[in-house]
Design a protein around this ligand. Structure first.
Ligand SMILES: [Zn+2]
Length: 215
């Protein structure tokens, strides 16, 4: 069944899960399961839980206009109206469908899940275990680039994915400019390195400047 764009937006705004997002999440779970399995490890895909308005999770209160990964219950929570609005904003900024925007936001949160699960395994992974904040955001953006590339290769996304990615990161970066978050340009560059070079580009050894720059 094909829904018109207007219908799809209406469905999103009314709270049903974006079908493209669900499709992408299934792909992303498969990508990470295979990645971990190839290393003799296992990956537990996080639950993806939309919320509307306020609520709470084991990681604290949920704030509108946000998406985050809670390691305590291995769940990605997201404000569904926020992601639907983000998509519209990206669509109007870039003249595209904006369909990559919510997918990139969730892919970034899954990057945090992957990061957390890698760090739980007994094998030490060097610097990556000591990263917090700044470096972890860059790793999550890089991993989001890897997943976005996988979704493009499956032809889940319409034209203009990289323009949408750049616009998504600029919008989120401006909303989210607290200390500890790299500037959105830096984050977009991390995203691009994962998108173009794959998961090996996202290790602590290959990502440069993982620490918050000192002034
Ligand atoms: Zn993050």
């Amino acid at each position: 069944m094909r829904l018109s764009l207007a219908m799809m937006l209406l469905v999103c705004l009314q709270g049903a899960v974006d079908p493209k997002l669900s499709q992408a999440v299934r792909l992303f779970d498969r990508v990470w399961k295979e990645y971990f399995a190839a290393r003799g490890e296992s990956y537990a895909p996080p639950k993806i839980t939309p919320f509307a308005g306020k609520g709470s999770s084991p990681c604290g209160k949920m704030n509108p206009g946000n998406a985050y990964y809670c390691e305590k219950d291995n769940t990605v929570y997201y404000d569904e109206e926020f992601l639907a609005a983000l998509r519209l904003r990206v669509a109007s900024d870039t003249g595209t469908s904006g369909d990559a925007a919510p997918i990139i936001a969730i892919a970034h949160e899954l990057g945090h899940a992957v990061f957390a699960q890698m760090n739980r395994h007994s094998q030490p992974r060097g610097v990556i275990q000591q990263l917090h904040g700044y470096g972890e955001e860059k790793v999550a953006d890089c991993l989001a680039g890897v997943l976005t590339r996988a979704a493009s290769e499956q032809r889940y996304l319409t034209k203009g994915t990289l323009e949408e990615a750049e616009s998504t990161m600029a919008i989120i970066g401006k909303l989210n400019s607290q200390k500890g978050h790299p500037s959105w340009r830096v984050r977009y560059n991390s995203f691009l390195s994962g998108y173009h070079n794959g998961v090996d580009a996202c290790s602590a050894n290959t990502i440069e400047n993982l620490r918050y720059p000192s002034r």
